[in-house]
Design a protein around this ligand. Structure first.
Ligand code: 5GP
Length: 203
């Protein structure tokens, strides 16, 4: 495959990195820093959720209608997909494969059900799960965002508790990081990725 505009260094091996964790845990900020500090590429998901003013088409998500999403799902264009809070989200497969083939570190910021599908399809994927310091603090953070109604907050909180329990139980995630202090959590995530990169490079 042509390696046009590839910024990875010679010897780098492609790694698929899953970053998951409940909403309100700081996952997006941590992902952004991982992209910068680990020279990674972000997998832009497709979604049927409405675009907000904070979103840029093709950068944050590809915004699709239900029909468009369904067509792509049926054509097996998604590596994984899930219903999250009544909207559909999916990872387009092709860009992921192309970046991995080019030796890049590819980050998927997806939910736990999506993470399970990815691990089943690609057992070599490396999973990081971000935890809140406590459930009480997560609830406080969700309320502090002032983004949603109390009813929505309670749904997200219930979903968060389910995801946390699932992440703690199984072997789906390689590393669990508690986001107590944001800088420390970012450093821990970067260190986990660099350690994994080094381990694979000498394999
Ligand atoms: P938001 O709409 O707030 O950006 O994302 C809502 C949730 O959907 C987050 O937990 C996020 O991780 C998850 N999500 C985003 N993209 C994907 C995807 O492609 N697949 C899956 N399974 N979940 C996703």
């Amino acid at each position: 495959m042509a390696m046009m505009h590839d910024h990875s260094q010679a010897g780098d091996v492609g790694i698929l990195l899953i970053v998951a964790g409940p909403s309100g845990v700081g996952k997006t900020t941590i992902t952004r820093e991982l992209l910068r500090r680990c020279n990674a590429v972000f997998s832009v998901s497709a979604t049927t959720r409405p675009k907000t003013t904070a979103d840029t088409e093709g950068v944050d998500y590809f915004f699709l209608t239900d029909d468009q999403f369904e067509q792509r799902r049926l054509a097996s264009e998604f590596l994984e997909w899930a219903d999250v809070f009544d909207c559909k989200y999916g990872t387009p497969c092709r860009p992921v494969i192309e970046h991995l083939d080019a030796g890049r570190l590819v980050i998927l910021e997806i939910d736990v059900r999506g993470a399970r599908q990815v691990k089943d399809a690609m057992p070599d994927a490396f999973g990081i799960f971000i935890l809140p310091p406590s459930e009480e603090i997560l609830l406080k953070r969700l309320r502090g965002r002032k983004r949603e109604t109390e009813e929505v907050i309670q749904r997200r909180f219930a979903e968060a508790r389910r995801e946390i329990a699932e992440a703690r139980e199984g072997d789906l995630f390689d590393v669990l990081i508690v986001n107590d202090d944001l800088e420390e959590a970012i450093d821990a995530a970067v260190a986990a990725v660099e350690t994994e990169r080094a381990r694979r490079a000498t394999r």
